[in-house]
Design a protein around this ligand. Sequence first.
Ligand code: B12
Length: 237
Amino acid sequence: MENILDQIALCIEYGKINEAAPYPPELKGKPGADELTKLALQQGLSADEILNSGFINGMNRVGKKFSEHKIFVPQMLMSAKAMNTGMEHLKPFFKSGEAKRKGVFIIGTVAGDLHEIGKNLAAMMIEGEWLGGDRPGKDVKTEKFAETVKYYPGCVVGLSALLTTTMVNMASTVSVLKKEFPGIKILAGGAPVNNDFCLQIGVDFMLPTRKKQFSTLINFLIRKRISDDRKNKKYRQ
Ligand code: B12
């Protein structure tokens, strides 16, 4: 009998959403990501374990199969749906941090890019831990980011890109936002985004490794807030 995290990874890999879902036929009548995630939490597994060893493990297999042409977009969509369904049960755990809003973090996937799971996850962590979030969504054009920043002066912006082809749009969004809003802090994330690229396009912060990423990110945001408060003379110099 496989352990429950393997079973969850399998549901993500094959896009098995819940017990009632007829797809995939070989898992018909079996529990899906929905039931198994609930069960794993009841068994005392942490949201982090479920996310990393269940969801992300499954998604990595999906990515590998897709790049080897063993599956296609419809299968990836089913996997995304299964992961989103399971994620609903983890949300309260990621959001259980300090509730007070200390600033606004806005996050979106750049123009042309429809991947939203990673940025939703980042938004959830950040909203729970430190800042209030506002999400312009996916496939967000530069003008939409600029409009949102105008609405929330002093906000921190997070940009996500999952495709090497949309990374260029990240570069143009950063360039416009930096010009229109001097001093704005921009974070970037997404599998193909690396440190060299961030330095090259003028991003202020990127996440080094998956493991420590969110605590590092939150420290960055806290430092930014303290420096803003200093500027506003809330601290003695
Ligand atoms: C699910 C998926 C899809 C789904 C997305 C559904 C959705 N609602 O999001 C669908 C089916 C729509 C899709 C479509 C496509 N996809 Co796709 N997709 C994936 C897949 C399997 C998983 C992505 C994912 O959600 N991962 C899980 C999350 C949690 O991880 P993550 O996104 O990396 O996020 C983490 C960090 O990066 C970080 N993070 C992310 N963003 C940000 C932002 C900030 C500010 C911060 C701080 C952190 C942060 O936080 C997260 C937590 O760890 C990947 C393969 C893979 N394993 O990554 C391919 C993959 C990304 N897709 C790929 C491709 C090619 C496509 C298509 C072009 C396919 C096609 N021919 O149509 C289209 C493009 C559509 C478009 N215009 O965007 C390629 C990209 C190759 C490349 N390097 O360019 C991949 C790598 C698959 C592959 N191996 O070839 N895809």
